[in-house]
Design a protein around this ligand. Sequence first.
Ligand code: 5GP
Ligand code: ZN
Length: 112
Amino acid sequence: MNDCIFCKIIAGDIPSAKVYEDESVYAFRDINPQAPVHVLVVPKEHISCANEITAENSGAVAKIFEAIPKIAAAEGLSNGYRVINCCGEDGGQTVFHLHFHILGGKKLSESF
Ligand code: 5GP
Ligand code: ZN
C-alpha cells in the first residue's frame, strides 16, 4: 500500500492537478489525457480494484458516484461524458488503486 502511486497523490506526496475533494473522494487530471477532459476519481481509502468492492467499503464507491455529476458540471460536460473503470489485466488496469475515468469534452468513439 505504501507503494501505491494514487495513495501518494491523495496524501500530497506526489503532486496532482486536483479538481475535487471531499472526506472520502479525491479527483485529479490524468497525466496522459485521452480526451479534452480526462479526470480520475478515486476513493481516499485504498481499494485495489473493482473485484475488491465489498459491502463494507461500497459506501466509498457510492460517494464517488455522488461526486461524478458535480465534477462533470464543474468541467462543463453538459453534453455528456463517459465513466470507465479498468479492472485487472484484461481490463487494462495499470494502477491498482480503484479509479474511475471521466472522459469528455468531445464526441467519444463508440469502440473500446
Ligand atoms: P488504468 O489504466 O489503471 O485504468 O489508468 C491509470 C491512469 O492513471 C492512466 O490513464 C494514467 O495516465 C494515469 N496515471 C498514472 N500515473 C499517474 C500520475 O502519476 N499522475 C496522474 N495524474 N495520472 C497518472
Ligand atoms: Zn492506493
